[in-house]
Design a protein around this ligand. Structure first.
Ligand SMILES: Nc1ncnc2c1ncn2[C@@H]1O[C@H](COP(=O)(O)OP(=O)(O)O)[C@@H](O)[C@H]1O
Ligand SMILES: [Mg+2]
Length: 359
């Protein structure tokens, strides 16, 4: 449905050029819910705007539903209103002096659709029904709550019957509870409508809840594409691992293919890279097991319990090994180990990456 290849985009900022997009390749399938996830400034909005036609790339090409909408050479550029894309912006871009119906109707009667007043009214009603704002047509937009404005923006995007819906941080202006409620509704609605969605967020949980697949972005590049489980379990870099929840990182040196001498002791890992290299070994808090048996076996290291916190559905432990403080999580079983504990590092749960900070 979306095919982006070799897209570059530079912005001039004073004398300097900022590379907002640095060679983006991206394929999004029909009816896929695809999320662009990355920190602020990573190029998510710029990529979205290039796809929408609101920004012109310096290089590359973009194909939507089999049709080239942008190509650097030979030059072609289809204007945004002819790309049949629904867009929801972070700011919603709702006109406060108009009614809800007028806000939605604008694109229908003035855009390329040029519907008659009657046809437009039907579309507006239908779109408002989809977002459960049935009786809001005549309501002045300035009287709407943040959540309702968000739904009007969504209704307006859906009113043109798009095959592709682009959403740029659409929930970031809502409070936490409403955000959870709305994201579930969005997911359900677009899957019922069978449209393709490209959704931008910097929120890792939101991305995991919504996405069929996620592209993790940083510095104008795509670091990794995968479904939420793949990205969480098999990150290809420390940056991606960091992005998906917390990690304990241990610096070390590879002794041979399967052993790393880390700052807290020797660990057997699943690593086939070069030996003698400096690496970081990562393990998630829930994968580190606290073993009360005190008997030190392979991949078990002795530590001292520094702190334990009960947070209802889990226990969070802080364990000190030499100068290193590690975090472990476990299901609460009513016990709170104290003093010396043995930590078990399952081999298959650890990730190993070159330590770029040591170069
Ligand atoms: N119109 C613009 N003019 C100059 N620089 C821009 C412009 N738009 C974006 N940038 C720069 O491009 C980079 C990527 O920005 P953006 O795509 O907005 O990132 P994100 O949406 O991931 O926060 C940033 O460094 C940003 O400052
Ligand atoms: Mg942005």
């Amino acid at each position: 449905m979306i095919s982006v290849s070799g897209v570059h985009k530079n912005f001039k900022s004073g004398e300097q050029a900022v590379a907002a997009l640095n060679g983006i390749d991206l394929q999004v399938g029909k009816k896929e819910f695809f999320v662009l996830l990355g920190p602020s400034g990573s190029g998510k909005t710029t990529l979205m705007r290039c796809i929408a036609g609101l920004e012109k790339p310096d290089a590359g090409n973009i194909i939507l539903d089999g049709k080239t909408v942008f190509s650097a050479s030979p030059r072609s550029n289809v204007p945004p209103e002819e790309r049949q894309i629904g867009m929801v912006f972070q700011s919603y871009a709702i006109w406060p002096h108009m009614t809800v119906a007028e806000n939605i109707g604008l694109v229908l009667t003035h855009g390329p659709a040029r519907l008659s007043q009657n046809e437009a009214r039907e579309r507006i009603r239908h779109a408002l029904r989809l977002v459960q704002l049935d009786d809001f047509e005549k309501r002045p937009a300035r009287l709407l709550s943040g959540g309702q404005q968000q739904r009007v923006a969504l209704a307006r995007a859906l009113a043109i019957n798009p095959k592709l819906l682009l959403m740029d941080e659409p929930l970031s202006n809502l409070d936490a509870r409403l955000r959870e409620e709305v994201r579930t509704k969005i997911k359900k609605l677009v899957s019922e409508l069978g449209i393709t969605v490209l959704y931008v967020t910097h929120d890792q949980v939101e991305a995991m809840v919504l996405a069929d697949r996620i592209a993790v972005m940083a510095h104008g590049e795509i670091l990794q594409v995968g479904n939420p489980y793949e990205l969480y379990r098999n990150p290809k870099s420390a940056l991606v691992a960091e992005f998906f929840g917390s990690m304990n990182w241990l610096r070390g040196k590879v002794l041979d293919k399967y052993y790393v001498e880390t700052e807290i002791g020797r660990l057997e890992v699943d690593f086939r890279g070069e030996t003698n290299g400096r690496v970081v070994v990562g393990i998630r808090p829930e994968d580190m097991k606290i073993d009360a048996s005190k008997e030190i076996l392979r991949n078990q290291i002795e530590g001292t319990m520094a702190h334990s916190t009960f947070v209802g559905d889990q226990m969070i432990f802080e364990i000190r090994v030499n100068d290193t403080l590690l975090t472990a999580k476990a299901m609460p079983d009513g016990k709170r180990p104290e003093g010396k504990v043995s930590l078990y590092f399952p081999k298959e749960k650890m990730v190993v990456f070159p330590d770029i900070s040591s170069e």
